[in-house]
Design a protein around this ligand. Structure first.
Ligand code: EPZ
Length: 430
């Protein structure tokens, strides 16, 4: 059992400089899953070295794929080689799915490859129940039948996959992706309406088209997948991670900047950048760099999280830290997940004044935060607590860093590169 670690933060440092943004976690996990739909070696560049990617590698190996990695030549990223010529099973083991619910992205690709799949039912997580009803109903429209069997989802496509028209009740990212992947080899044209529009959807569609699929409209609410007979391996470079970038830009907003986030398309963060400007930050952008700095007070703004292009739920916690130091009151409304304010109680231990009422958080800005020992309990809340420590007076200790390692490569090293006083230490023996 790996020992947990703690991030020790000495607050009050001015932060500025360059930070290289890694490939998008929420794209690369799906590209890896999609690779099983072709037989041969797929190559994915700009892959982040994070634990969720390691878990997905284990999923692929459990299916019989050969997986290897090497460092990218031109930057900090890594390249994944996935050889799926000799897959041996369509069963995804429970322990891996239980570790990472994103493993459910393997469902559509396994059905496309084998005509069947057996994937452990992922549990909920701390931010919500994370149900799969939209994944299942969408795939049923393609002709897939489902049974629940001893904690496993048993999927069969006895008559192959037939094209369909699906109007999603909600623009679910995962359901859009599972349906889009499976439909690539269905006969005829599949139409998805009210599809998710996150940038990672368009990146997945580019990857699928590189495999010989014919997907149109990804990034819009209406996607058309013209079915093809067979897919082949491809080579692809993952887009930058907009959530990692947003996290470091908030660090710049908290601690002065200018912080230059390199390797990210500013269009991916249009609304967060608008909010940062409203909060008193100076923003500069070019093709693949975003710069944030702040000299004056933090102004209060209200936020509500929505599917893209709305404000991303994955940046809600980070922006709440900024709001906790604003000159006035802010309201944050979380519309995407039902339990994504958990970290607010930890932030309160650092002096933040936050009152939660169901999906709303009322934040009364305070003059300063005080360093304290706090506990991470999810990926983005954990990262937000480190950000709070950067801005706080004195020392903070953020425990259970394993949550942060799921989605941030070398989080401490990149913050130190900006001048932050942060280190990683083993958790105390108790
Ligand atoms: C993806 O999760 C991301 N994860 C999440 O990022 C992100 O917060 C989320 O999209 C929204 O942008 C990955 O891509 C691996 P959804 P996903 O399906 O696909 C409900 C992070 O921190 N829903 O759009 O699970 C669901 O319960 C993570 O990087 C159903 O009710 O998001 C949730 O309340 C956290 N039934 C809402 O929709 C379904 O069948 C959004 O879920 C599917 C979803």
């Amino acid at each position: 059992m790996e020992t947990s670690e703690t991030i020790v933060v000495n607050g009050g440092h001015h932060l500025e400089g360059d930070v290289q943004i890694a490939g998008a976690k929420n794209s690369v996990l799906k590209l890896m899953a999609a690779s099983v739909m072709a037989s041969g070696q797929t190559c994915i560049h700009n892959v982040p070295d994070i634990s969720d990617v390691s878990v997905m590698q284990e999923v692929l190996k459990a299916l019989g794929a050969q997986v290897s990695t090497e460092d990218d030549q031109d930057g900090g990223g890594h390249t994944l080689y996935i050889d799926t010529a000799d897959l041996t099973t369509y069963v995804t083991p429970y322990d891996l799915v239980a570790q990472m619910r994103a493993s459910i992205s393997i469902l559509g690709p396994l059905i496309a490859r084998f005509g069947r799949a057996r994937v452990a039912m992922p549990g909920g997580c701390r931010i919500g129940a994370r149900s799969l009803d939209l994944h299942i109903s969408s795939l049923e429209s393609l002709g897939v039948t489902f049974d629940m069997d001893h904690g496993y989802i048993q999927a069969e496509a006895p008559d192959g996959l037939s094209s369909c028209e699906v109007l999603l009740d909600y623009p679910s990212v995962g359901a859009t992706e599972n349906l889009m992947m499976a439909a690539t080899v269905a006969d005829g044209d599949t139409h998805i309406s009210n599809a998710a529009r996150e940038p990672e959807i368009a990146d997945l569609a580019d990857f699928l088209n590189g495999m010989g699929a014919d997907v149109e409209g990804a990034g819009s609410p209406n996607i058309v997948i013209h079915g093809v007979k067979e897919l082949h391996p491809t080579e692809h470079t993952t887009v930058g991670d907009r959530i990692e970038a947003g996290t470091f830009l908030v660090a710049g907003a908290l601690c002065g900047g200018p912080v230059h986030a390199r390797g990210i398309d500013p269009d991916f963060l249009a609304l967060p950048l608008k909010k940062l400007a409203q909060m008193g930050c100076d923003i500069e952008t070019n093709d693949d760099v975003i710069t944030v700095s702040r000299n004056g007070d933090i102004e209060p703004v209200d936020l509500q999280t929505l599917p893209h292009p709305g404000f991303p739920t994955d940046l809600q916690a980070q922006f709440m830290v900024l709001s906790s130091l604003a000159q006035g009151n802010s309201i944050v409304t979380e519309n995407v997940f039902e339990n994504r304010f958990m970290f607010a109680s930890e932030l309160g231990r650092m002096g933040a004044d936050i009152r939660i009422d169901a999906h709303h958080a009322l934040i009364s800005g305070v003059d300063h935060l005080e360093g304290a020992p706090v506990e991470a309990s999810d990926l983005r809340g954990g990262a937000a607590l480190v950000l709070a420590g950067l801005a706080a007076e004195g020392e903070s200790r953020v425990s259970h860093v394993e949550y942060i390692d799921r989605g941030y490569e070398d989080f401490v090293g990149k913050l130190r590169g900006l001048g932050a006083g942060v280190t990683r230490v083993p958790a105390p023996a108790d």
